[in-house]
Design a protein around this ligand. Structure first.
Ligand code: C5P
Length: 221
């Protein structure tokens, strides 16, 4: 692991869950801890990169030297990403972005009125942040290297390959093994145009360093 592997490179990383408001005190989120994205941020900073981390609501300390931008919703996250993508060399999307959000967040707390009636929530689809970034001209020309993650419960390799092509990104990283959310360790399956490679079970800190080395290799060639 080289302290210079990413010298002079700018990385933008998303991490954690998003929080989609129902009303001012309630919302929908998921169990993503942000640990994998924060580990990648730490490792790329240590490898010499200038790192901006766009984080949903998480309880993980900010790695030293990393610029962190806190957001709540998928729409906030997309806005923050687009505001900081100019000049980035690598975009790594580890965030577990909510696929849907309540169509309308209520202005006031929704009250239980004693009638036994329950609120009906309607949903709309959230923007796909990774797919949006992957469509930018600098991504399409290869100047902005996009890395996506996938949490698949079955047929990881086939699903990861399909997702890589669907999102039009050069590298897709699959979480091997179930229930990685919140854990301190994982195993990863890297899928790119050349084939696939496994990073065996290890701490997310170690996997972050290994993945950064793999990314550095790919943007150097
Ligand atoms: O399609 P799926 O949600 O499985 O794709 C996962 C990948 O896409 C992850 O890298 C995730 O961060 C990214 N993603 C995103 N915006 C979304 C949904 C997923 O950036 N709305």
């Amino acid at each position: 692991f080289s302290a210079k592997a990413l010298a002079g490179k700018k990385l933008l990383i998303t991490a954690g869950p998003t929080f989609e408001a129902i009303d001012p005190v309630r919302g929908i989120t998921n169990l993503s801890s942000g640990k994998m994205g924060f580990a990648i941020a730490r490792a790329s900073q240590a490898a010499g990169a200038e790192v901006t981390l766009v984080a949903g609501p998480v309880h993980v300390p900010t790695p030293r030297g990393v610029r962190r931008i806190d957001v709540q919703s998928a729409q906030d996250m997309l806005q923050a990403v687009l505001a900081h993508i100019d000049g980035a060399d690598v975009f790594v999307a580890t965030a577990a972005v909510a696929d849907w959000r309540p169509a309308q967040a209520a202005d006031q707390k929704i009250k239980k009125d004693g009638s036994g009636e329950v609120p009906q929530l309607a949903f709309v689809e959230n923007p796909d942040i990774l797919a949006t970034v992957a469509q930018l001209p600098r991504a399409q020309s290869g100047d902005l290297y996009c890395v996506g993650f996938a949490a698949e419960s079955e047929n990881l390799l086939a699903n990861a390959q399909a997702k890589r092509l669907r999102k039009q990104i050069p590298l897709l990283v699959g979480n091997i093994g179930p229930a990685t959310f919140g854990k301190d360790d994982n195993a990863l399956l890297l899928v790119d145009a050349q084939g696939h490679k496994e990073l065996p079970h290890a701490s997310k800190a170690v996997l972050g360093e290994q993945l950064v080395a793999e990314i550095a290799k790919r943007i150097a060639r």
